[in-house]
Design a protein around this ligand. Structure first.
Ligand code: AOS
Ligand code: ZN
Ligand code: ZN
Length: 387
């Protein structure tokens, strides 16, 4: 194995952090407030910068508008740069207003559709100031009951809104369309699966791509197939990484099923998705409801790195030989050899070479930052889900 080529690919693997991972979050049953969580978007960036400091692989932060609304985005951008990170994907939010009870861009009421599209266009204004490349769209739109609305008409309204947004993008900006099987709508979602997202993106053009959120599928869905298909078609724009046992659990990536993450990243590797020129954004979309948030993000970045290192360890020449020879067991063994390799010593060495602590979790714990934010951040209203 060529360890140098593995580590040079790992060097290029940037994992984008979600600002909302640092704020308080929970389920519809309870939000457990944690002491020391950020009170402002500025403090979320400070915390994200800690994750980058100890992993060296998380140089950008995705924002969520309006949760991360500030007066001056250029100032927020400078703040990020001073902390050694940059502002990344802008996530739009057209799901939290009372107006959106029957949908946002697919709402039967044209005035509400207009309001939703106006927000999406505002998000592009924000991107112009933050220097962000990607606008990520996730729509909670859908219906709960058969007959509630016209499924085809809702697709027409969706297409119309997407066209208006796409037309406003700058030359270097992209529209990333996320899909989700169910929730909050339970009968139909207007973008329920990768096929729907893919079809709309195809119609829009080159700069419209699909986001695969690993938690947004039916149980048993073969996500690596979707990844392989989209990469082949040049339409894989981004991942929202997280883990799930049951539904959209938003747990730490690689925790519930590290083998699935390996299989997904093997397809990324096969499709040249680790090459920055392929422009696949590797984002986390997670909430840390009961565990501390900064270490939760550090652990997640490490989980992505471990699965990526294993995927890069696959002996692709041997694999192809076995596949061509129809050697079913041989081919499977090549893949499993890579998966069963303990890559942690290699990653520790990689970090040492970068001047980082080989154990990011321990280094962060020893830094005293967790105690410092508890002492300093008293009395604010934490930002994030439910803010
Ligand atoms: C919702 O289920 C999606 O995963 C979106 O990516 C959402 O925008 C994100 O969870 C934060 O709002
Ligand atoms: Zn997501
Ligand atoms: Zn989700």
């Amino acid at each position: 194995m060529n360890i140098d080529s593995i580590t040079s690919t790992l060097l290029q693997l940037d994992v984008e952090l979600p600002s909302w991972a640092f704020g308080n979050s929970g389920t519809r049953f309870k939000v457990f407030a944690q002491p020391g969580v950020p009170r402002t978007p500025y403090e979320k960036i400070d915390d994200a910068a800690q994750v980058h400091r100890y992993t060296g692989s998380a140089p950008s932060v995705a924002l969520h508008i309006p949760w991360d609304k500030v007066e001056d985005y250029a100032e927020l951008r400078r703040h990020a740069e001073q902390r050694g990170v940059r502002l990344g994907t802008i996530n739009a939010n057209v799901f939290q207003d009372d107006d959106y009870r029957l949908g946002s861009v697919t709402n039967p009421d044209p005035l509400i559709r207009k309001k939703a599209v106006a927000h999406l266009l505002d998000c592009i204004d924000v991107m112009d100031q933050t220097g962000s490349r990607d606008l990520k769209l996730w729509f909670s739109d859908g219906t709960n009951y058969p007959g509630q609305d016209n499924i085809r008409a809702r697709q027409d309204r969706l297409a119309e809104a997407l066209h208006a947004v796409y037309a406003r993008l700058g030359d270097d900006q992209r529209l990333i369309l996320e899909y989700k099987l169910f929730e909050p709508a339970f009968y139909t979602m207007d973008v329920p699966d990768w096929g729907t997202s893919f079809a709309h993106c195809l119609e829009l053009g080159e700069r419209a791509k699909v986001c695969v959120d690993t938690g947004h599928h039916a149980p048993g869905t073969n996500i690596e197939f979707i990844v392989a298909f989209l990469l082949r078609a040049g339409k894989l724009g981004a991942f929202d990484f997280n883990s799930r046992f049951y539904a959209d659990d938003d747990l730490m990536v690689g925790s519930a099923d590290p083998f699935q993450l390996f299989r997904i990243l093997h397809e990324v590797s096969q499709g040249d998705g680790f090459d920055p020129r392929t422009e696949v954004a590797f984002m986390l979309d997670q909430c840390h409801n009961i565990e501390p948030k900064i270490p939760g993000q550090i652990r997640s970045v490490m989980n992505v790195q471990e699965a990526a290192a294993k995927a890069l360890l696959v002996d692709t020449d041997a694999l192809q030989r076995m596949q061509n020879a129809g050697d079913v067991l041989g081919a499977n063994a090549v893949l499993m050899d890579a998966y069963n390799t303990d890559v942690r010593p290699m990653l520790a060495e990689h970090r040492r070479n970068l001047g980082l602590d080989p154990d990011p979790m321990a280094a962060y714990a020893a830094s005293g930052y967790a105690q410092q934010i508890v002492a300093e951040r008293v009395g604010g209203s934490p930002a994030g889900w439910g803010a």
